[in-house]
Ligand binder design. Sequence first.
Ligand SMILES: *Cc1c(COP(=O)(O)O)cnc(C)c1O
Length: 495
Amino acid sequence: MKYISTRGSNQHMTSAQAIIAGLAEDGGLFVPEELPQVDLSFIEGLTGLSYQERAAKVLSCFLTDYTAEEIRGCVERAYGGGKFDDETIAPLNIMEDVSVLELWHGPTSAFKDMALQLLPQLLSTALKKTGEKNQVLILVATSGDTGKAALEGFKDVEQTRIIVFYPENGVSRIQRLQMVTQQGSNVAVTAVRGNFDDAQSGVKAIFSDKAFNEELHKNGAALSSANSINWGRLVPQIVYYFSAYADLLKAGRIKAGDKISFTVPTGNFGDILAGYYAMRMGLPVKKLICASNTNNVLTDFLRTGVYDRNREFFKTISPSMDILISSNLERLLYHVVDDAGQVAEWMSSLAEKGSYDIGAENLQKIQAVFGFDWADDTKTMDTISSIYDKKHYIADPHTAVAWNSAYHYMAEGNSEPMVVVSTASPYKFNESVLTAFGHSTAGFDEFQLLDKLQAMNSFPIPAGLASLKNSAVRHSQLVDKTAMKQAVAGFAAGK
Ligand SMILES: *Cc1c(COP(=O)(O)O)cnc(C)c1O
């Protein structure tokens, strides 16, 4: 299977090459040339398997240039070895009305671990396979969770170095602590004066700076990405949609072939797009509901067909969804219209005017699969507190945004089984969660807040958060958004 650019340049890459490159030469994203198909017996065959085995089966549909043994090795190193605090890796918590797919049992307590434990393994295997001698320098812009998860995934991985940029005031205190205390001999963490989109635009500009990249090459380094634009980030996420379906089958909640729906708290559109790939492969999915916070650019797009980023940017209590440019949407557009020239046109309109319009016909195709809804902070808080009252379950704000949308959708008379995709441990967003419960958080430090939340439920505080208390700050660099390139150059030079 070959990978091509969403914008139509003539690159045909193997998956290993696409994972090393990250972004296509023309600025587009790599997509599989055709989508693999599976049947119901493939899906039923997953029920008796471990998560690692399920992952190997699904990944092998896409990574056709990796041997079965290479895939097994990658998956074992990513999800084995006790790095996840639940041996089923992505447990499905089946409740009476909805099922909650908990994607936050990895080392950094957020769903990004699902992909970022695996990506470094896929990448280092790809380097070996292709005989690439350059050191790969991973550049990441993060709205919080990606940065830490990428650092954990890449720390001390051979032939790689990683530099992470985060918006100075755009991440939670816990997220910041997780990053600035990061260990490892090949890591750097830098705050940027600006918001997430500033950081992401800065990273994109560095990637497309030809002269700078040539300079790095001369010094034996090549840039790559761990953002969800990298195919190696996206493909691991397809697995848990299959895994959730298999768990519902196993529990006798559905019969093979029954359609189910997923509600996904969405920012960069990577998570929900993985669900779309699963559906296109043959997973019986009725709807994928895209849940946004007050930065509801995707809600408006899915309603009107007009993507317009010219709008106010809000800081919310679900910061990992505070995004105005959802990069992975480009992949969906490509698969829906199957016309790279058209996608390239829309993307240049987005770059120049900040907006594009896909027209009624394309919109209809998208709406046949995607639902859309959003919740502001007040509604999100209400949802956290009402779920706790009814179920004694604590949802983090991102999960609550989705849960609220799922209930809306179900209240409209949709009765198929619903999976709420849960993307972060509530402990990571303890301040908002405790506020939702009416507790005062003023005057308490992060660690007292963790203890307060612990007292309310039976989930233990994740080890990676508890240990932050005694970790030293190792990264305190702060730069203007115009100085990001110098920061990369400095890191690259300081081998
Ligand atoms: C990244 C993230 C999201 C959004 O996922 P996308 O793939 O960017 O749509 C939602 N919730 C949490 C906690 C996240 O870290």
